[in-house]
Design a protein around this ligand. Structure first.
Ligand code: ASP
Length: 345
């Protein structure tokens, strides 16, 4: 915690109803990355350093002139297959020791599909795509989602924790407290470090947005959610409008961080609507983060939330509540990791 806090009262029109809530920091509005020139494409942006490998996967499709939807599926499948604390079957389990996965995907025609609390399936993003393409529905959950996946030919994997997750879970069981560690995603430590109060709990997500050579936008998002969450808990990541939103006439946005706080203000949809009103992707992400900070007040210091966004013209932006969020950006086959601007100083 900083020894000194600067507070400001936002006067942004969109925050009129929250104007009495003090916001920490935010006087300077750093832009960590200048907007790309309009019509820069193809491009792909994704959350955290895991996004580097994911972008490489997506670029194989984008660089060959392929469809953004195929790219965002293939890209995050790379992360789902990697051993990670927080995405895919190798991730940390819920508090009952079971890995449950959430994912969603959205194309350039308002097509969308998602799965939540899915167990024993290696690629939830692909199941989400099947929900979009082969059912009249948007969201399938729990046993029904798994039944659908199996009927679609996805193999049922063993119900077994990875070695890292097993170790982290055993540590967590020592006192079973829920205490997220912000930005643990980028710690590079495996298993995920145990917080001071005994909670190795963390959250992480790979969210990806792509604009292909033909100007088609798509997005994807996949996660195991918070480690050691209550059984049945679903975060923002599979919720269209919260964890991900794509409007082909405007742009796309996706979220990572404390899902409950993204859901309560319809985060990604809010970012896209702000872009529709004329904000750049960066400014839209920043305003959405500021709303969360205003809603949370002093408790904002205990969470991390970040958004990434792309306009349909190929401008990109990102903004986080706190220091430590980075994202991977590719406009060539070589991705670069960018430290995001953030609100709380
Ligand atoms: N947003 C995800 C969730 O709340 C986790 C994260 O992105 O860190 O489930």
């Amino acid at each position: 915690m900083p020894s000194r806090r600067k507070f400001l009262y936002t006067s942004a029109a969109g925050l009129a109803g929250l104007a009495a809530v003090p916001l920490a920091g935010a006087a300077a509005l750093p832009q960590s990355l200048p907007p790309l020139s309009p019509a820069t494409r193809p491009l792909v942006i994704s959350t955290w350093d895991a996004g580097l490998n994911a972008n490489r996967g997506a670029w194989k499709i984008l660089g060959a002139g392929g469809y953004a939807l195929d790219a965002v599926e293939a890209g995050v499948m790379v992360t789902e297959a990697e051993q990670s604390c927080c995405v895919g079957l190798g991730a940390n389990p819920d508090r009952d020791g079971i890995v449950t996965l959430d994912a969603c995907i959205m194309d350039d025609k308002f097509g969308c599909g998602s799965v939540a609390a899915l167990e024993r399936i290696r690629h939830p993003i692909s199941v989400a795509r099947r929900v979009m393409e082969r059912t009249p529905h948007v969201l399938l959950v729990g046993p029904g989602a798994q039944q659908f996946a199996v009927a679609q030919g996805f193999p049922l994997e063993p119900q077994k924790l990875s070695a890292d997750a097993e170790k982290a879970y055993r540590e967590w069981l020592k006192n079973s407290q829920y205490r997220p560690v912000i930005n643990v995603e980028n710690s590079g430590t495996k298993p995920v470090p145990v917080g001071p109060a005994g909670g190795p709990n963390n959250h992480d997500t790979i969210a990806m947005l792509a604009l292909d050579a033909q100007g088609r936008l798509s997005g994807s998002c996949t996660t195991s959610g918070m480690g050691f969450k209550l059984r049945g808990r679903v975060g923002d990541s599979p919720i269209i409008g919260a964890g991900l939103f794509v409007d082909p006439a405007v742009g796309a946005a996706a979220a990572t961080g404390q899902g409950e706080d993204v859901i309560r203000m319809a985060g990604s949809h809010t970012v896209v609507e702000l872009m529709r009103q004329g904000r750049s992707p960066q400014a839209a992400c920043q305003e959405a983060v500021a709303r969360i900070a205003a809603i949370k007040g002093a408790a904002a210091r205990d969470i991390q939330v970040a958004f990434i966004a792309v306009s349909r013209r190929g401008e990109v932006g990102a903004y986080a509540l706190q220091k430590g969020f980075s994202y991977a950006l590719s406009t060539t086959e070589t991705p670069r990791l960018v430290n995001s601007a953030y609100l709380l100083k």
